[in-house]
Design a protein around this ligand. Sequence first.
Ligand SMILES: NC(=O)c1ccc[n+]([C@@H]2O[C@H](COP(=O)([O-])OP(=O)(O)OC[C@H]3O[C@@H](n4cnc5c(N)ncnc54)[C@H](OP(=O)(O)O)[C@@H]3O)[C@@H](O)[C@H]2O)c1
Length: 381
Amino acid sequence: MKRIAVLGSTGSIGTNCLQVLDALPERLSLLGITAHRRWRELAEQTQSFHPRWAVVTDESLSHGVDRAAFSSKSELLFGESGTERLCSAPEVDVVVSAIVGAAGLRGTWIALECGKTVAIANKETLVVAGPLVMELAKRTNATLLPVDSEHSAIFQALQAGRANEVKRIVLTSSGGPFRGRTLLQLQDVTPSEALAHPTWNMGPKITIDSATMMNKALEVIEAKWLFGLRDDQIEVVVHPQSVVHSFVEFVDGSVIAQLSPPDMRLPIQYALTYPDRCESIAAKLDWQKTFDLHFEPPDLDAFPALRLGFEVASRGGTCGAVLNAANEAAVERFLAGSLRFCDIPRACRAVLDQHQFDASPSLSELLRLDREARQEIARWT
Ligand SMILES: NC(=O)c1ccc[n+]([C@@H]2O[C@H](COP(=O)([O-])OP(=O)(O)OC[C@H]3O[C@@H](n4cnc5c(N)ncnc54)[C@H](OP(=O)(O)O)[C@@H]3O)[C@@H](O)[C@H]2O)c1
Protein backbone atom coordinates (compact mmCIF):
# COMPACT_ATOMS: atom_id res chain seq x y z
CA MET A 1 0.00 0.00 0.00
CA LYS A 2 1.48 3.37 -1.04
CA ARG A 3 0.36 6.43 0.92
CA ILE A 4 -0.16 9.43 -1.31
CA ALA A 5 -0.39 13.22 -0.93
CA VAL A 6 -1.76 15.17 -3.90
CA LEU A 7 -0.70 18.82 -4.18
CA GLY A 8 -3.27 20.58 -6.37
CA SER A 9 -5.98 17.92 -5.96
CA THR A 10 -8.74 20.21 -7.32
CA GLY A 11 -7.04 20.72 -10.68
CA SER A 12 -7.19 18.70 -13.89
CA ILE A 13 -4.26 16.42 -12.93
CA GLY A 14 -5.42 16.35 -9.30
CA THR A 15 -8.95 15.13 -10.08
CA ASN A 16 -7.64 12.54 -12.57
CA CYS A 17 -5.25 11.38 -9.88
CA LEU A 18 -8.09 10.91 -7.38
CA GLN A 19 -9.94 8.79 -9.96
CA VAL A 20 -6.86 6.56 -10.21
CA LEU A 21 -6.67 6.27 -6.42
CA ASP A 22 -10.39 5.50 -6.24
CA ALA A 23 -9.91 2.63 -8.73
CA LEU A 24 -6.93 1.09 -6.88
CA PRO A 25 -7.91 1.07 -3.17
CA GLU A 26 -5.87 -2.09 -2.52
CA ARG A 27 -2.65 -0.39 -3.73
CA LEU A 28 -3.01 3.35 -3.05
CA SER A 29 -4.39 5.33 -0.13
CA LEU A 30 -4.90 9.10 0.03
CA LEU A 31 -3.33 10.81 3.02
CA GLY A 32 -3.43 14.47 2.06
CA ILE A 33 -4.78 16.93 -0.52
CA THR A 34 -4.31 20.62 -1.26
CA ALA A 35 -6.16 23.36 -3.15
CA HIS A 36 -5.39 27.04 -3.44
CA ARG A 37 -8.80 28.77 -3.37
CA ARG A 38 -11.45 26.20 -4.42
CA TRP A 39 -12.08 24.99 -0.89
CA ARG A 40 -15.63 23.73 -1.64
CA GLU A 41 -14.25 21.23 -4.18
CA LEU A 42 -11.55 20.30 -1.65
CA ALA A 43 -14.20 19.77 1.04
CA GLU A 44 -16.14 17.46 -1.33
CA GLN A 45 -12.98 15.45 -1.92
CA THR A 46 -12.53 14.97 1.83
CA GLN A 47 -16.12 13.65 2.01
CA SER A 48 -15.27 11.00 -0.63
CA PHE A 49 -11.76 10.01 0.53
CA HIS A 50 -11.51 11.13 4.19
CA PRO A 51 -7.77 11.95 3.94
CA ARG A 52 -5.91 12.76 7.15
CA TRP A 53 -5.04 16.30 5.97
CA ALA A 54 -6.68 18.88 3.68
CA VAL A 55 -4.82 22.11 2.99
CA VAL A 56 -6.14 25.42 1.63
CA THR A 57 -2.94 27.17 0.55
CA ASP A 58 -4.42 30.66 0.21
CA GLU A 59 -4.17 31.70 3.84
CA SER A 60 -6.48 34.69 3.34
CA LEU A 61 -9.38 32.21 3.16
CA SER A 62 -8.86 30.84 6.66
CA HIS A 63 -11.80 32.81 8.06
CA GLY A 64 -14.16 32.32 5.09
CA VAL A 65 -13.97 28.51 4.86
CA ASP A 66 -16.90 26.48 6.25
CA ARG A 67 -15.13 23.82 8.33
CA ALA A 68 -18.37 21.84 8.64
CA ALA A 69 -18.21 21.10 4.88
CA PHE A 70 -15.06 18.99 5.41
CA SER A 71 -14.94 15.38 6.58
CA SER A 72 -14.61 15.16 10.35
CA LYS A 73 -11.74 12.70 9.74
CA SER A 74 -9.67 15.35 7.91
CA GLU A 75 -7.55 17.93 9.70
CA LEU A 76 -7.88 21.29 7.92
CA LEU A 77 -4.64 23.28 7.47
CA PHE A 78 -3.94 26.64 5.82
CA GLY A 79 -1.10 28.25 3.91
CA GLU A 80 2.27 27.01 2.73
CA SER A 81 3.05 25.64 6.19
CA GLY A 82 0.17 23.19 5.62
CA THR A 83 1.73 22.00 2.36
CA GLU A 84 5.10 21.70 4.11
CA ARG A 85 3.56 19.56 6.84
CA LEU A 86 2.07 17.24 4.22
CA CYS A 87 5.25 16.99 2.15
CA SER A 88 7.43 16.22 5.15
CA ALA A 89 5.05 13.84 7.00
CA PRO A 90 6.85 10.49 7.52
CA GLU A 91 3.53 8.71 6.80
CA VAL A 92 3.50 9.99 3.18
CA ASP A 93 5.36 7.80 0.64
CA VAL A 94 4.58 9.58 -2.64
CA VAL A 95 3.87 13.27 -3.26
CA VAL A 96 2.02 14.07 -6.48
CA SER A 97 3.22 17.51 -7.58
CA ALA A 98 0.20 18.83 -9.53
CA ILE A 99 0.08 22.52 -8.64
CA VAL A 100 0.24 24.80 -11.66
CA GLY A 101 3.18 27.16 -12.17
CA ALA A 102 6.28 28.02 -10.14
CA ALA A 103 4.04 27.90 -7.04
CA GLY A 104 4.57 24.12 -7.24
CA LEU A 105 8.30 24.37 -6.57
CA ARG A 106 8.17 24.70 -2.76
CA GLY A 107 6.20 21.53 -1.98
CA THR A 108 8.20 19.52 -4.51
CA TRP A 109 11.45 20.78 -3.00
CA ILE A 110 10.42 19.82 0.55
CA ALA A 111 9.28 16.35 -0.50
CA LEU A 112 12.64 15.80 -2.22
CA GLU A 113 14.53 17.15 0.79
CA CYS A 114 12.74 14.46 2.83
CA GLY A 115 13.87 11.79 0.34
CA LYS A 116 10.35 10.96 -0.86
CA THR A 117 9.15 9.78 -4.24
CA VAL A 118 7.68 12.67 -6.20
CA ALA A 119 5.33 12.03 -9.13
CA ILE A 120 5.93 15.27 -11.00
CA ALA A 121 3.31 16.84 -13.24
CA ASN A 122 4.43 20.36 -12.34
CA LYS A 123 6.93 20.83 -15.18
CA GLU A 124 7.55 24.46 -14.12
CA THR A 125 9.59 23.22 -11.13
CA LEU A 126 12.13 21.62 -13.48
CA VAL A 127 12.04 24.56 -15.88
CA VAL A 128 12.80 27.03 -13.07
CA ALA A 129 15.40 25.05 -11.16
CA GLY A 130 16.13 21.77 -13.01
CA PRO A 131 19.82 21.33 -12.09
CA LEU A 132 19.23 22.23 -8.41
CA VAL A 133 16.20 19.95 -8.18
CA MET A 134 18.04 16.99 -9.74
CA GLU A 135 21.04 17.60 -7.49
CA LEU A 136 18.78 17.67 -4.42
CA ALA A 137 17.06 14.42 -5.41
CA LYS A 138 20.45 12.75 -5.85
CA ARG A 139 21.71 14.03 -2.48
CA THR A 140 18.67 12.81 -0.52
CA ASN A 141 18.16 9.61 -2.53
CA ALA A 142 14.68 10.83 -3.52
CA THR A 143 12.97 9.60 -6.70
CA LEU A 144 11.40 11.79 -9.39
CA LEU A 145 8.88 10.02 -11.62
CA PRO A 146 7.38 11.85 -14.60
CA VAL A 147 3.62 12.36 -14.96
CA ASP A 148 3.66 14.55 -18.07
CA SER A 149 2.49 12.11 -20.76
CA GLU A 150 5.47 12.83 -23.02
CA HIS A 151 8.03 12.35 -20.26
CA SER A 152 6.27 9.25 -18.99
CA ALA A 153 6.49 7.87 -22.54
CA ILE A 154 10.21 8.68 -22.72
CA PHE A 155 10.76 7.17 -19.26
CA GLN A 156 9.04 3.97 -20.38
CA ALA A 157 10.84 3.82 -23.74
CA LEU A 158 14.25 4.42 -22.13
CA GLN A 159 13.86 1.11 -20.35
CA ALA A 160 14.49 -0.60 -23.72
CA GLY A 161 18.20 0.28 -23.74
CA ARG A 162 21.15 1.80 -21.86
CA ALA A 163 21.74 5.55 -21.39
CA ASN A 164 24.81 5.52 -23.69
CA GLU A 165 22.75 3.82 -26.44
CA VAL A 166 20.25 6.71 -26.76
CA LYS A 167 20.62 8.68 -29.99
CA ARG A 168 17.79 11.15 -29.34
CA ILE A 169 14.39 11.53 -27.76
CA VAL A 170 11.49 12.94 -29.77
CA LEU A 171 8.69 14.75 -27.92
CA THR A 172 5.34 14.70 -29.71
CA SER A 173 3.05 17.73 -29.75
CA SER A 174 -0.60 17.83 -30.79
CA GLY A 175 0.13 21.20 -32.40
CA GLY A 176 -2.70 22.71 -30.35
CA PRO A 177 -5.84 24.40 -31.73
CA PHE A 178 -3.90 26.58 -34.21
CA ARG A 179 -1.83 23.95 -36.01
CA GLY A 180 -1.36 24.96 -39.65
CA ARG A 181 -1.94 28.69 -39.09
CA THR A 182 0.64 31.31 -40.03
CA LEU A 183 1.91 33.96 -37.61
CA LEU A 184 -0.33 36.50 -39.40
CA GLN A 185 -3.39 34.28 -38.88
CA LEU A 186 -2.64 34.16 -35.15
CA GLN A 187 -2.79 37.94 -34.62
CA ASP A 188 -6.39 38.19 -33.43
CA VAL A 189 -6.81 34.88 -31.62
CA THR A 190 -9.12 35.18 -28.57
CA PRO A 191 -8.76 33.46 -25.17
CA SER A 192 -11.83 31.28 -25.83
CA GLU A 193 -10.38 30.08 -29.17
CA ALA A 194 -7.02 29.37 -27.50
CA LEU A 195 -8.73 27.49 -24.65
CA ALA A 196 -10.37 25.00 -27.07
CA HIS A 197 -7.73 22.25 -27.18
CA PRO A 198 -8.41 19.57 -29.82
CA THR A 199 -7.29 16.46 -27.87
CA TRP A 200 -6.61 17.22 -24.17
CA ASN A 201 -8.85 18.58 -21.42
CA MET A 202 -6.50 20.48 -19.08
CA GLY A 203 -6.25 23.51 -16.78
CA PRO A 204 -6.33 26.98 -18.45
CA LYS A 205 -2.62 27.83 -18.11
CA ILE A 206 -1.29 24.67 -19.79
CA THR A 207 -4.04 24.92 -22.43
CA ILE A 208 -2.83 28.38 -23.46
CA ASP A 209 0.76 27.09 -23.33
CA SER A 210 -0.29 24.33 -25.76
CA ALA A 211 -1.79 26.90 -28.13
CA THR A 212 1.43 28.98 -28.21
CA MET A 213 3.55 25.79 -28.12
CA MET A 214 5.23 27.22 -25.01
CA ASN A 215 4.12 23.97 -23.37
CA LYS A 216 6.42 22.02 -25.70
CA ALA A 217 9.18 24.56 -25.03
CA LEU A 218 8.81 23.94 -21.28
CA GLU A 219 8.79 20.19 -21.92
CA VAL A 220 12.08 20.38 -23.88
CA ILE A 221 13.66 22.05 -20.84
CA GLU A 222 11.98 19.57 -18.45
CA ALA A 223 13.29 16.62 -20.50
CA LYS A 224 16.83 18.00 -20.60
CA TRP A 225 17.14 18.09 -16.78
CA LEU A 226 15.00 15.06 -15.95
CA PHE A 227 16.83 12.70 -18.30
CA GLY A 228 20.25 14.43 -18.35
CA LEU A 229 20.32 14.90 -22.14
CA ARG A 230 22.55 16.96 -24.45
CA ASP A 231 20.90 19.71 -26.52
CA ASP A 232 21.33 17.75 -29.75
CA GLN A 233 19.46 14.77 -28.26
CA ILE A 234 16.02 16.48 -28.04
CA GLU A 235 13.63 16.94 -30.96
CA VAL A 236 9.96 17.84 -31.32
CA VAL A 237 7.49 16.51 -33.87
CA VAL A 238 3.84 17.49 -34.35
CA HIS A 239 1.44 14.56 -34.05
CA PRO A 240 -2.18 15.80 -33.98
CA GLN A 241 -3.83 12.56 -32.77
CA SER A 242 -1.95 12.57 -29.40
CA VAL A 243 -1.72 8.76 -29.47
CA VAL A 244 2.07 8.38 -29.72
CA HIS A 245 3.09 10.18 -26.55
CA SER A 246 6.79 10.43 -27.46
CA PHE A 247 9.61 8.14 -28.49
CA VAL A 248 13.27 7.30 -28.06
CA GLU A 249 15.62 6.56 -30.95
CA PHE A 250 18.56 4.33 -30.06
CA VAL A 251 21.98 4.33 -31.80
CA ASP A 252 21.08 1.30 -33.94
CA GLY A 253 18.10 3.18 -35.43
CA SER A 254 15.42 1.38 -33.39
CA VAL A 255 12.61 3.67 -32.27
CA ILE A 256 10.67 2.73 -29.13
CA ALA A 257 7.40 4.60 -28.59
CA GLN A 258 4.57 4.54 -26.05
CA LEU A 259 1.02 4.66 -27.44
CA SER A 260 -2.38 5.07 -25.79
CA PRO A 261 -5.41 7.36 -26.22
CA PRO A 262 -4.99 10.85 -24.72
CA ASP A 263 -5.95 10.15 -21.09
CA MET A 264 -3.78 11.43 -18.23
CA ARG A 265 -4.97 8.69 -15.88
CA LEU A 266 -2.50 6.29 -17.53
CA PRO A 267 0.76 8.23 -16.93
CA ILE A 268 -0.50 9.22 -13.46
CA GLN A 269 -1.14 5.56 -12.60
CA TYR A 270 2.20 4.44 -13.99
CA ALA A 271 4.01 6.95 -11.75
CA LEU A 272 1.99 5.82 -8.72
CA THR A 273 2.33 2.06 -9.20
CA TYR A 274 5.87 2.09 -10.69
CA PRO A 275 7.65 -0.28 -11.17
CA ASP A 276 4.44 -2.34 -11.35
CA ARG A 277 1.82 -2.18 -14.07
CA CYS A 278 -1.79 -3.06 -13.32
CA GLU A 279 -5.27 -2.84 -14.88
CA SER A 280 -6.27 0.76 -15.47
CA ILE A 281 -9.44 2.80 -15.95
CA ALA A 282 -7.73 4.86 -18.67
CA ALA A 283 -9.13 4.67 -22.22
CA LYS A 284 -7.65 1.92 -24.44
CA LEU A 285 -6.81 1.84 -28.15
CA ASP A 286 -9.22 -0.13 -30.31
CA TRP A 287 -7.11 -2.00 -32.90
CA GLN A 288 -10.21 -3.10 -34.84
CA LYS A 289 -10.93 0.52 -35.83
CA THR A 290 -9.04 2.22 -38.64
CA PHE A 291 -6.97 5.15 -37.49
CA ASP A 292 -4.09 7.19 -38.85
CA LEU A 293 -0.99 8.44 -37.14
CA HIS A 294 0.27 11.63 -38.74
CA PHE A 295 3.61 13.36 -38.06
CA GLU A 296 4.92 16.71 -39.31
CA PRO A 297 7.73 19.08 -38.31
CA PRO A 298 6.79 22.03 -36.05
CA ASP A 299 6.48 25.50 -37.59
CA LEU A 300 8.96 27.59 -35.61
CA ASP A 301 8.00 30.82 -37.44
CA ALA A 302 4.33 30.61 -36.46
CA PHE A 303 5.19 29.30 -32.97
CA PRO A 304 8.38 31.11 -31.91
CA ALA A 305 7.88 30.01 -28.28
CA LEU A 306 9.29 26.62 -29.22
CA ARG A 307 12.53 28.21 -30.45
CA LEU A 308 12.77 29.92 -27.05
CA GLY A 309 12.50 26.52 -25.36
CA PHE A 310 15.45 25.06 -27.25
CA GLU A 311 17.50 28.18 -26.60
CA VAL A 312 16.73 28.23 -22.88
CA ALA A 313 17.42 24.50 -22.51
CA SER A 314 20.81 25.09 -24.13
CA ARG A 315 21.80 28.19 -22.07
CA GLY A 316 20.49 26.88 -18.72
CA GLY A 317 21.42 28.97 -15.67
CA THR A 318 18.88 31.69 -14.91
CA CYS A 319 17.09 31.43 -18.28
CA GLY A 320 14.50 28.81 -17.26
CA ALA A 321 13.28 30.78 -14.24
CA VAL A 322 12.98 33.98 -16.28
CA LEU A 323 11.22 32.36 -19.23
CA ASN A 324 8.81 30.50 -16.97
CA ALA A 325 7.83 33.54 -14.87
CA ALA A 326 7.52 35.77 -17.94
CA ASN A 327 5.28 33.20 -19.60
CA GLU A 328 3.06 32.70 -16.52
CA ALA A 329 2.55 36.46 -16.23
CA ALA A 330 1.99 36.87 -19.98
CA VAL A 331 -0.61 34.07 -20.05
CA GLU A 332 -2.45 35.75 -17.15
CA ARG A 333 -2.48 39.03 -19.08
CA PHE A 334 -3.68 37.29 -22.27
CA LEU A 335 -6.54 35.61 -20.38
CA ALA A 336 -7.42 38.96 -18.80
CA GLY A 337 -7.54 40.57 -22.27
CA SER A 338 -4.59 42.95 -21.82
CA LEU A 339 -2.04 41.15 -24.04
CA ARG A 340 -2.40 39.75 -27.56
CA PHE A 341 -1.74 36.06 -28.25
CA CYS A 342 1.28 36.78 -30.48
CA ASP A 343 2.75 39.05 -27.82
CA ILE A 344 3.14 36.17 -25.32
CA PRO A 345 6.38 34.85 -26.92
CA ARG A 346 7.48 38.38 -27.88
CA ALA A 347 7.19 39.61 -24.29
CA CYS A 348 8.98 36.50 -23.01
CA ARG A 349 11.81 37.03 -25.51
CA ALA A 350 12.20 40.69 -24.46
CA VAL A 351 12.34 39.89 -20.72
CA LEU A 352 14.72 36.98 -21.31
CA ASP A 353 17.09 39.06 -23.44
CA GLN A 354 17.32 41.91 -20.95
CA HIS A 355 17.90 39.86 -17.77
CA GLN A 356 21.32 39.55 -16.11
CA PHE A 357 22.38 35.97 -16.97
CA ASP A 358 24.07 33.80 -14.34
CA ALA A 359 25.24 30.30 -15.34
CA SER A 360 24.96 28.72 -11.86
CA PRO A 361 22.41 30.62 -9.77
CA SER A 362 21.24 29.79 -6.24
CA LEU A 363 17.59 29.00 -5.52
CA SER A 364 17.08 32.41 -3.88
CA GLU A 365 18.50 34.16 -6.97
CA LEU A 366 16.10 32.20 -9.19
CA LEU A 367 13.15 33.20 -6.98
CA ARG A 368 14.22 36.87 -7.12
CA LEU A 369 14.46 36.71 -10.94
CA ASP A 370 11.03 35.06 -11.02
CA ARG A 371 9.53 38.08 -9.21
CA GLU A 372 11.37 40.57 -11.42
CA ALA A 373 10.30 38.88 -14.65
CA ARG A 374 6.65 39.03 -13.56
CA GLN A 375 7.01 42.77 -12.86
CA GLU A 376 8.58 43.31 -16.29
CA ILE A 377 5.68 41.55 -17.99
CA ALA A 378 3.15 43.65 -16.05
CA ARG A 379 4.86 46.75 -17.56
CA TRP A 380 5.33 45.32 -21.07
CA THR A 381 3.38 47.07 -23.84
N1 LIG B 1 -3.76 18.99 -17.14
C1 LIG B 1 -2.99 18.14 -17.77
O1 LIG B 1 -3.48 17.27 -18.49
C2 LIG B 1 -1.50 18.20 -17.59
C3 LIG B 1 -0.69 17.35 -18.34
C4 LIG B 1 0.69 17.37 -18.13
C5 LIG B 1 1.24 18.22 -17.20
N2 LIG B 1 0.43 19.06 -16.50
C6 LIG B 1 1.04 19.97 -15.52
O2 LIG B 1 0.43 19.72 -14.25
C7 LIG B 1 0.33 20.93 -13.49
C8 LIG B 1 -1.13 21.15 -13.12
O3 LIG B 1 -1.88 21.39 -14.31
P1 LIG B 1 -3.48 21.37 -14.30
O4 LIG B 1 -3.87 21.43 -15.73
O5 LIG B 1 -3.95 20.25 -13.45
O6 LIG B 1 -3.78 22.77 -13.60
P2 LIG B 1 -5.17 23.27 -12.98
O7 LIG B 1 -6.30 22.46 -13.47
O8 LIG B 1 -5.21 24.74 -13.19
O9 LIG B 1 -5.00 22.96 -11.40
C9 LIG B 1 -4.03 23.61 -10.66
C10 LIG B 1 -4.06 23.15 -9.21
O10 LIG B 1 -3.09 23.94 -8.50
C11 LIG B 1 -3.73 24.70 -7.46
N3 LIG B 1 -3.08 26.02 -7.40
C12 LIG B 1 -3.20 27.04 -8.30
N4 LIG B 1 -2.44 28.08 -7.92
C13 LIG B 1 -1.83 27.72 -6.77
C14 LIG B 1 -0.94 28.39 -5.86
N5 LIG B 1 -0.50 29.64 -6.09
N6 LIG B 1 -0.50 27.71 -4.77
C15 LIG B 1 -0.93 26.44 -4.52
N7 LIG B 1 -1.78 25.77 -5.32
C16 LIG B 1 -2.22 26.40 -6.44
C17 LIG B 1 -5.18 24.79 -7.87
O11 LIG B 1 -6.01 25.06 -6.75
P3 LIG B 1 -7.49 25.74 -6.96
O12 LIG B 1 -8.33 24.67 -7.59
O13 LIG B 1 -7.93 26.10 -5.60
O14 LIG B 1 -7.25 26.92 -7.87
C18 LIG B 1 -5.39 23.41 -8.50
O15 LIG B 1 -5.57 22.45 -7.49
C19 LIG B 1 0.91 22.03 -14.41
O16 LIG B 1 2.25 22.22 -14.07
C20 LIG B 1 0.81 21.44 -15.79
O17 LIG B 1 1.81 21.94 -16.67
C21 LIG B 1 -0.90 19.07 -16.67
